[in-house]
Design a protein around this ligand. Structure first.
Ligand SMILES: Nc1ncnc2c1ncn2[C@@H]1O[C@H](COP(=O)(O)OP(=O)(O)OP(=O)(O)O)[C@@H](O)[C@H]1O
Length: 264
């Protein structure tokens, strides 16, 4: 008797939900383990924070994920492909883009031209242009759209170098978005930000995160609480806790690790 095929297995769906993962990720600097046997699973569509006290290994971990550092040991997989040995440019082409990677702000160029240049970089959008006249129109329209998306319409013709700090970071976000990231990695997006700009940049990140995955290292725990679905807490190169903000912030080990360093 012929058997009918069973319905699609539900557990498999949960597993494919992971867009970027790291297994046994380890980085040793002359015998010192800056990152030690870290396992990370980044869920598709999530905003995932890496937090932890000073020297915990966040930046090293971030640099490993973005391929700016080679791991001593471990494996990084993006959508089923082993990317452990790839270069930053190679993973960028696959859609893993680190913000500020292109240190994109050319101070003497206008906001619009900065975004136009980012759009012309080899990437997925660029391959869609095949007729020069159409290309230019599409490019201009998309550049204006991105400028608007990060709230810089009023500054569109301004020289980038003259923008206030918070606006410059917004421009950097626009140039990152120009690369159409599938996974966007942000290294301390609020660093150096004036208090009044933080809410605005957080709102931009939330909007930019729609339809993509974001991994961010962030010191400001209010921002993490506000934005992030998932939090990995590192301490001395290892994972101390993981979960949503509520659960990790209640964890006594996390509170102890942060004692004297943060305001909550
Ligand atoms: N290139 C390197 N050579 C040697 N040691 C390093 C190097 N980079 C980082 N470290 C050490 O690894 C540890 C983790 O550093 P890392 O910068 O990843 O921590 P972090 O959590 O980002 O800290 P912070 O919050 O202070 O930026 C620290 O003790 C640091 O001194």
């Amino acid at each position: 008797m012929t058997q009918t095929a069973p319905a699609a297995a539900a557990p498999a769906a949960a597993a494919t939900n992971i867009v970027l993962s790291a297994t046994e990720l380890t980085k040793e600097f002359k015998g010192f383990l800056a990152v030690n046997n870290v396992h990370l699973s980044i869920r598709e569509g999530s905003i995932h924070a890496l937090i932890g006290p000073n020297g915990a290994g966040k930046t090293t971990c971030f640099n490993l994920l973005t391929k700016f550092l080679q791991p001593t040991r471990g494996r990084i997989v993006f959508r089923g492909e082993d990317i452990t040995r790839l270069k930053p440019a190679e993973i960028a082409r696959r859609g893993i883009v680190r913000s500020f990677q292109i240190s994109a702000v050319f101070p003497n160029l206008s906001v619009l031209d900065n975004v136009r240049i980012a759009l012309q970089r080899p990437g997925r959008l660029a391959t869609q242009f095949w007729r020069p006249d159409t290309a230019l129109n599409v490019l201009n329209a998309r550049a204006e759209e991105l400028v608007e998306q990060v709230g810089l319409q009023a500054f569109i013709r301004h020289q980038a170098g003259e923008l206030p700090y918070g606006r410059k970071r917004a421009l950097e976000l626009a140039t990152t978005l120009a690369l159409e990231p599938d996974v966007m990695l942000l290294d301390e997006p609020m660093a150096g930000m004036a208090h009044e700009d933080i809410g605005q940049i957080a709102a931009l990140i939330r909007r930019a995160a729609v339809g993509r995955t974001v991994v961010m290292v962030e010191h400001n725990l209010h921002v993490v609480e506000d934005l992030c679905d998932q939090v990995t807490v590192l301490q001395r190169g290892e994972i101390l806790a993981e979960g949503n903000y509520d659960s990790v912030s209640r964890d006594p080990r996390v509170r102890e690790a942060y004692m004297g360093q943060e305001d909550d």
